[in-house]
Design a binder for this molecule. Structure first.
Ligand SMILES: NC(=O)c1ccc[n+]([C@@H]2O[C@H](COP(=O)([O-])OP(=O)(O)OC[C@H]3O[C@@H](n4cnc5c(N)ncnc54)[C@H](OP(=O)(O)O)[C@@H]3O)[C@@H](O)[C@H]2O)c1
Length: 231
């Protein structure tokens, strides 16, 4: 399969790119800053099926130009993984919240996936083996609100609604659409205390994309192991 992954240069995006390449997929690795840490994506022969793609999800021109490049070079893709994300204003209470940071959070976590789907959906193969995966978070679960992370949590709730709406729109085209909670994993965002390993999460997400994982039916918000998450 040919799979687009945003935020592919570190964290979960890097693990997804490496696991995907090891499984023999062609990875289109969206990276916003080529000066930064792309060597992890190209350092080994195993990763020769990874193609780097300049892609800043906050810049619609960048997204549109990435889609044109993919269209000209490959024509179609089989899956989109909207992985790029930011966690800003952590631990800030509402009284101290910087609204520009809230907007910046939505720009990446919510508007980013919308921009990507807007420009890449026409390239997505139709059929039950194609998917759109939006990497969400349990923080976006309305029923588990915990009185914090206003920007991040709200952006993921909005992302879940986008997933629901999109799922209804592409249902007739047999495209699988999910919001996936990746678990609390060791990355720059998750921190060193996180119990989860991004490679394990990446393998679970590929099982879902490849149609191997069991998915509890009826919900678009699931864990990387296919279990239903409360919206
Ligand atoms: N880690 C966890 O425990 C956890 C838990 C729940 C959900 N998640 C979700 O999992 C996803 C991946 O998180 P992570 O832990 O891997 O985070 P991370 O280690 O902080 O990596 C974030 C990635 O997103 C990229 N990114 C940020 N802004 C971007 C933009 N404007 N355009 C393109 N790429 C951009 C970063 O690129 P640069 O290197 O250029 O900054 C980086 O590659 C996120 O959606 C996050 O919300 C993570």
């Amino acid at each position: 399969m040919r799979i687009l992954i945003t935020g592919a240069n570190r964290g979960l995006g890097l693990a997804l790119s490496q696991v995907g390449a090891e499984k023999g997929h062609h990875i289109l690795a969206g990276v916003r800053d080529f000066q930064k840490s792309t060597e992890n994506l190209t350092q080994s022969e195993i990763y020769k099926s990874i193609s780097l793609l300049p892609l800043d999800v906050t810049d619609e021109e960048s997204v549109s130009s990435a889609a044109n490049t993919v269209n000209e070079n490959y024509g179609t893709i089989d899956a989109i993984i909207n992985n790029a994300g930011v966690l800003l204003e952590r631990d800030k209470q509402i009284e101290d919240l910087d609204l520009d940071q809230v907007k910046a959070t939505f720009d990446v976590n919510f508007f980013g996936p919308i921009r990507v789907v807007k420009h890449f959906l026409p390239l997505l193969m139709m059929g039950d083996r194609s998917s759109i995966i939006n990497i969400s978070s349990e923080a976006g679960s309305m029923s588990n609100a915990y009185g914090g992370d206003y920007a991040y949590a709200s952006s993921k709730t909005a992302l879940n609604m986008f997933t629901q709406q999109l799922n209804q729109y592409v249902k007739s085209k047999n495209i699988n659409v999910y919001s996936i909670h990746p678990g609390w994993i060791k990355t720059d965002m998750g921190g060193d205390r996180a119990p989860g390993n991004p490679v394990v999460t990446a393998k679970g997400i590929f099982d879902i994309i490849e149609g191997k994982g069991e998915i509890e039916s009826g919900n678009v918000f699931i864990t990387y192991e296919g279990q239903s998450m409360p919206l």
